[in-house]
Design a protein around this ligand. Structure first.
Ligand SMILES: Cc1cc2nc3c(=O)[nH]c(=O)nc-3n(C[C@H](O)[C@H](O)[C@H](O)COP(=O)(O)OP(=O)(O)OC[C@H]3O[C@@H](n4cnc5c(N)ncnc54)[C@H](O)[C@@H]3O)c2cc1C
Length: 416
């Protein structure tokens, strides 16, 4: 029998929480180190769109993107933004990112993502089963909203990728769209409906509930910032925090977009950027929703949450330090008003956060250079969806439980 190890999980976002819970359930002694409260509003797991999307296999980079990108950036009505002063810093990553914008790489990335997102609903339910976290997960359809059939057909390649992943939509067209969703405005005339999806009614509270589950099952959460790791003969022996040292047998780097420096210290360079994203919550909304929506024209999701209707999406490049920009939020508001013209509300909450984006749009999962530190970060747009499974996979790797999942696509060393 494997010995009980002490394992430090760094970061209590969705990936860290899932990893910690599965490790603990496998009989390990687990300590989470998190610099904020689990589910805090600076973490990406707080502000996302809340959708659990098994059909989420399509990366942002796709064939033709290089030719279209300049026009997209200059069009104030397109949901792609760049803080131009950040461009020189962004450039090396951007070149790598755009090198994937072709058919072969897009197919390869979709195959990789399918492994992590394909059974996401079951994975979240297994993680939360029988606990207080379970109540935050709601089964739902997930609908891609299009202006018309021509726009849907223009996405034929994307739909081929989803079909290859076993995700086949049911189409609703014309006035039937309003029968399905009465509050949907007249500019949407086709819904591609994906069954057996789900959403989380308050992502931050879901993560906080998972933290309570972890504590209740005997786990310890320490509030501290991890600064470094101590290696003995190349393997981790301690995690160094601003509150002191924690001896351990293994560690997990689940620090989202902030993971690059610690991975680098272990000799693994990951081209990781922030894909900044935004949300607006419309409080006390005058409408209810029968499903969650991806508004394909605006590139944002619409989710009925505990606090109101949350519209979340948009991509902005501008790094980790710059404050939120006004233009993405203004565009999001304008597009919400167009798509849902009857929506009234008592107030709004705005948020900006950082999708952890490796240049090849695939998460980083696996041991970092034989150090006993395991990576679980880089889930860009699909981190809530894929976070539950990633945690389970890492727990299996550390406890050498073995699995038949091929993790080659996520190898942390693939960029070296
Ligand atoms: C606008 C927007 C909408 C989105 N919508 C969706 C969606 O609908 N569905 C979906 O699947 N995904 C969505 N995503 C993506 C998803 O939110 C992320 O991929 C996911 O939350 C990443 O989780 P994580 O656990 O890796 O990182 P995080 O949630 O960021 O957690 C990392 C944690 O590590 C901690 N940390 C960092 N450094 C240290 C340190 N040195 N010491 C101690 N603690 C540290 C941080 O405080 C943080 O709590 C969206 C993202 C955005 C921005």
């Amino acid at each position: 029998m494997e010995q009980r190890q002490t394992i430090v999980v760094i970061g209590a976002g969705i990936v860290g929480m899932s990893t910690a819970i599965w490790l603990q359930r496998a009989g390990q002694n687990v300590i989470i180190v998190e610099r904020g409260e689990p589910g805090h509003d600076k973490g990406t797991s707080y502000g996302n769109g809340g959708t659990i999307v098994p059909s989420g296999v399509v990366p942002v980079t796709g064939p033709g993107m290089i030719a279209k990108a300049p026009k997209m950036l200059l069009d104030p009505n397109f949901p792609l933004f760049l803080r131009w002063g950040y461009l020189p810093k962004l450039l090396p990553w951007l070149m790598k990112y755009l090198s994937n914008a072709n058919e072969n790489d897009t197919r390869r990335i979709a195959k990789g993502l399918e492994i992590i997102v394909g059974d996401a609903v079951e994975q979240h339910k297994a993680l939360a089963k029988g606990t207080t976290a379970e109540g935050w997960i709601t089964d739902s359809d997930y609908c891609f909203a299009y202006p018309d059939r021509a726009a849907f057909e223009a996405d034929a390649f994307i739909w081929e990728l989803r079909r290859d992943a076993g995700q086949v939509p049911a189409l609703i067209e014309g006035d039937a769209v309003r029968d399905y969703e009465p509050s949907m405005g007249a500019s949407v005339n086709l819904l591609a409906v994906m069954k057996n999806h789900a959403f989380v009614r308050a992502p931050g509270r879901y993560v906080a509930a998972l933290a309570e589950v972890f504590r209740a099952e005997g786990g310890e959460i320490r509030r501290a910032e991890v600064r470094d790791v101590d290696l003995t003969k190349g393997r981790i022996s301690a995690v160094i925090t601003d509150q002191g040292r924690i001896d351990c047998d293994a560690a997990v780097l689940a620090t989202g977009v902030w993971s690059k420096p610690l991975a680098q210290k272990l000799g693994v360079t990951v081209p990781l950027e922030s894909e900044r994203g935004y949300h607006i919550v419309f409080k006390d909304p005058s409408m209810t929703l029968n499903a969650t929506y991806m508004m394909t024209g605006g590139k944002f999701v619409v989710t009925p949450m505990e606090a109101g209707i949350r519209c979340a999406g948009v991509v902005e490049f501008g790094g980790l330090d710059a404050p939120a920009s006004r233009a993405p939020l203004a565009l999001l508001r304008k597009q919400v008003a167009q798509y849902f013209p009857t929506l009234e509300y008592s107030g709004t909450e705005e948020w900006m956060g950082h999708r952890p984006a490796p240049s090849d749009s695939l998460p980083v999962i696996g041991e970092l250079a034989g150090s006993g530190v395991f990576a679980g970060f880089g889930h860009h747009h699909i981190g809530l969806t894929g976070g539950a499974k990633t945690g389970r996979v890492i727990a299996d790797l550390i406890t050498k439980k073995g699995s038949n999942i091929d993790l080659a696509a996520f190898d942390p060393q693939r960029f070296n």
